[in-house]
Design a protein around this ligand. Structure first.
Ligand code: ADP
Length: 473
């Protein structure tokens, strides 16, 4: 860039020099010609005054030529009909052709004075001719001097021109380098600041620059830098979350797989001969397999919610029948845990995906049953206010300690690992619930008291407009 600015400066200054030089040259040539003409006209007048037209004109013009300084001047006296009477350069005037068509002669006849610059046929030189009517009106007096305009000053002009071009180019080079530095330095500094993006906590410090455009660039770059950093941080965070998730999943799968393998090896080696034991092993293996299947189903569910799967079929879902269906399907489990389910549903409906809502109720109610006490109760209440559908799932179970209440929505977080495993929990149930709630831009609250019970309150906005923008966990 520096180079390009520099080159352009030089090209511009060269063009400017050529242009101004040409205009200047033309003007000076013009002035020189005018001044020469004026002074020659004055000489013509003097010569006319001093000539004795009755005497020998040839002798007189020859003697004028003898005057010092006139060596190169040509004096001619012409009659009005164009015939030459006397010429200081030609001995025999009768040999000269008629001058009536010479430019300066014609002009004299027209206006009394005439000028011309041309090559003389007689002397084969470029001459400046100045002619005027004689005082008595019978003759034309003409003088001519070699005239080459500016050319004759070239000896002085060329060194002066070269020196001024040199100075101009030098100044231009200095200016160009200053200017290009003042443009490229800020850009380099901005680029250097941007390298800080690699730092963990970059602090950008942009200077205030002379050119406002640079400040605009600096501000924009700073904003972009921050945005890039934020998105890099987010990507890094997501990467870490994902990594943790995968390591958790592997860990969660490894334990049941190891135990299934152990049982299989024992059976394979014929170490277990007792038929009852064999059956027990098989049913343990079945239980582990079922757990793994539900773990994988939960993972798939989370992944679908996270990627905000495009093909989520939405429809108007009536909640009372859905709750009824879920509770009925969980009745055997409730019986197993000696827990009773109560439901109180207003006839409300919401525009949503049935499967997701079923999952939400299922996970909350299953937890309320599993983390309950024998003879315990589960209450499912669905109501609505002006903005939201309100879902409450309450139990009289073991409760969740205060310090764990924030964390139960994390993936694989379990308050009591042993109990969760025993009841076949994957540690993903509440995380899925939270994902679904976020999917509908809702909220979930938890109130719990140890040994007394837990209450989850979910609010889902009735108006589901900006769903695609709702963030998920
Ligand atoms: P899990 O599959 O282990 O049940 P969840 O994500 O559904 O996983 O729940 C996370 C943890 O929160 C559970 O392990 C349990 O300790 C606790 N928890 C969830 N619901 C309840 C509840 N209703 N009562 C008591 N503890 C609960």
């Amino acid at each position: 860039m520096k180079r390009a600015i520099f080159q352009r400066f030089i090209i511009m200054i060269s063009l400017a020099l050529i242009l101004s030089g040409s205009i200047f040259g033309a003007t000076i040539s013009d002035i020189l010609l005018k001044r020469a003409e004026e002074s020659m006209l004055y000489t013509v007048r003097i010569v006319d005054h001093s000539l004795d037209y009755e005497g020998n004109l040839k002798e007189q013009v020859d003697s004028l030529k003898q005057v010092k300084g006139n060596e190169e001047t040509r004096f001619t006296v012409i009659r009005l009909d164009g015939s030459v009477v006397a010429d200081s350069e030609v001995e025999n005037n009768s040999s000269m052709d008629n001058h009536s068509f010479r430019e300066e002669v014609q002009e004299v006849i027209d206006k009394g004075i005439g000028y011309s610059t041309r090559k003389s046929n007689t002397l084969d030189k470029k001459l400046l001719y100045v002619a005027a009517m004689s005082g008595n009106g019978d003759y034309i007096v003409r003088i001519a001097v070699p005239f080459s305009g500016l050319e004759q000053y070239m000896g002085i002009l060329i060194p002066a021109i070269l020196i001024s071009i040199g100075i101009a180019l030098l100044l231009t080079a200095i200016l160009a380098s200053h200017f290009s530095a003042s443009v490229t330095r800020p850009l380099n500094e901005i680029a250097e600041e941007l390298l800080k993006l690699k730092d963990k906590n970059p602090e950008f410090h942009f200077k205030h620059y002379k050119y406002n455009e640079m400040n605009v660039i600096a501000d924009t770059v700073q904003e972009m830098g921050k945005a890039v950093k934020a998105s890099m941080d987010r990507i890094e965070f997501e990467r870490m979350v994902r990594q943790e998730f995968f390591s958790n999943v592997s860990h969660e799968l490894k334990t049941p797989l190891t135990s299934v393998r152990g049982y299989l090896e024992l059976l394979e080696n014929g170490m277990v001969t007792d038929a009852r034991m064999q059956k027990d092993f098989l049913s343990r293996m079945k239980k582990e397999t079922i757990n793994m299947t539900s773990l994988i189903e939960d993972i798939l569910m989370i992944s679908r919610l996270e990627t905000k799967e495009a093909e989520v079929t939405m429809s108007e879902v009536r909640l009372a029948p859905l709750v009824e269906e879920v509770c009925n399907s969980l009745e055997p489990l409730a019986k197993e845990y000696q827990v009773s389910i109560e439901r109180n549903c207003r006839p409300v409906s919401i525009y949503a995906n049935t499967q997701q809502l079923r999952e939400l109720f299922n996970n909350l109610i299953i937890n309320a049953i599993k983390y309950n006490k024998p003879q315990g109760k589960v209450k499912v209440i669905v109501s609505a206010d002006a903005q939201d559908i309100i879902i409450v799932v309450e139990d009289t179970g073991v409760g969740i300690p205060k310090e764990a209440q924030q964390r139960v929505f994390e993936r694989f977080y379990r308050v009591d690992k042993g109990r969760s495993k025993k009841v076949g929990g994957t540690g993903l149930g509440l995380s899925i619930v939270k994902h679904i709630v976020n999917y509908y831009s809702g909220s979930i609250e938890l109130e719990s008291k140890l040994s007394e019970g837990t209450k989850f309150t979910v609010r889902l906005p009735k108006k589901q407009i900006q769903r695609e923008e709702a963030g998920v966990l």
